[in-house]
Design a protein around this ligand. Structure first.
Ligand code: NAP
Length: 234
């Protein structure tokens, strides 16, 4: 095992983008704390086995990122098991597709709870730990291309991803003095279980309408037609 480059905690890493980030950071020499919801434990253990085979230390810290006590315990647990925290990737997120008129307050609250409150709590407890350690750190949150422009049938999701940008910018200017950088990533469409949910809800038939709608044309054009067709087949 080579010398560790640091300790990284990735939320929502049982699958999708979070899993890929965790495996790539392990390949890059980081020891890894894997988080997802407690009912995803079996999947987390499989990811842990893959990371162990790369010769890195790994631990599983299940928690619901919307619950403050669980986020605090998740960070504490990772620190006890791996010896500190250098990178926090607040990746966990959900999407629920509906028109503004048919959307519900419950769906709005659920989306904001996971996509905005989750990163806020992860940033907070990671920052407290990193400041205490006194060796700087990296905090990274999942925004989206929908955190940079609106998209129909995704009001709550779009608003929550704009919130991640605001949180990230405020935290970055505040935490720079401690050597902690704070950034967000804003992917376009990536083929994951989340995208499958979105595509299932949009339905194949909506593709032609979506691509012609002027308000989402710019976003759609950023994803090639071939890629959309691949996503719709997924
Ligand atoms: P994904 O495949 O659905 O994976 C997200 C993971 O987060 C799932 O395992 C999910 O568990 C978990 N999660 C949900 N709620 C949680 C909670 N309260 N606490 C802890 N974990 C929780 O999604 P993805 O496509 O990899 O997306 C990862 C991030 O990138 C998200 O924030 C997403 O908004 C963002 N993003 C994705 C895309 C894309 O095209 N895929 C584009 C832009 C941005 P369950 O499956 O049990 O809910």
């Amino acid at each position: 095992m080579s010398i560790s480059k640091g300790i990284a905690l990735i939320t929502g890493s049982a699958q999708g983008i979070g899993r890929s980030i965790a495996v790539q950071l392990a390949r890059d020499g980081f020891d890894i704390a894997l988080n997802d919801l407690p009912d995803q434990n079996a999947k987390l253990e499989l990811v842990a086995t893959d990371i162990e085979s790369l010769g890195r230390q790994v631990c599983v810290v299940p928690a619901d990122v919307t619950v403050e006590k669980q986020v605090k315990e998740m960070v504490d647990d990772a620190v006890i098991k791996l010896g500190g925290l250098d990178v926090m990737v607040a990746n966990a997120g959900i999407v629920e597709v509906s028109s503004l008129g048919s959307s519900t307050l419950e769906s709005w609250d659920r989306t904001f709870s996971v996509n905005a409150r989750g990163p806020y709590l992860c940033y907070k407890y990671a920052a407290m730990q990193m400041i205490e350690q006194g060796r700087g750190g990296r905090i990274i949150g999942a925004s989206s291309i929908l955190g940079k422009m609106g998209f129909p049938y995704n009001s709550a999701y779009t608003a929550s991803k704009f919130a991640v940008r605001g949180l990230t910018q405020a935290a970055a200017v505040e935490l720079g003095q401690y050597g902690i950088t704070v950034n967000a990533y804003a992917p376009g469409a990536i083929q994951t279980p989340m995208t499958k949910t979105m595509m299932d809800e949009f339905g194949k038939a909506n593709y032609e309408r979506i691509i012609k709608d002027p308000c989402c044309r710019k976003w759609v054009m950023s994803v090639s037609r071939t890629r959309w067709q691949t996503l719709l087949r997924y």
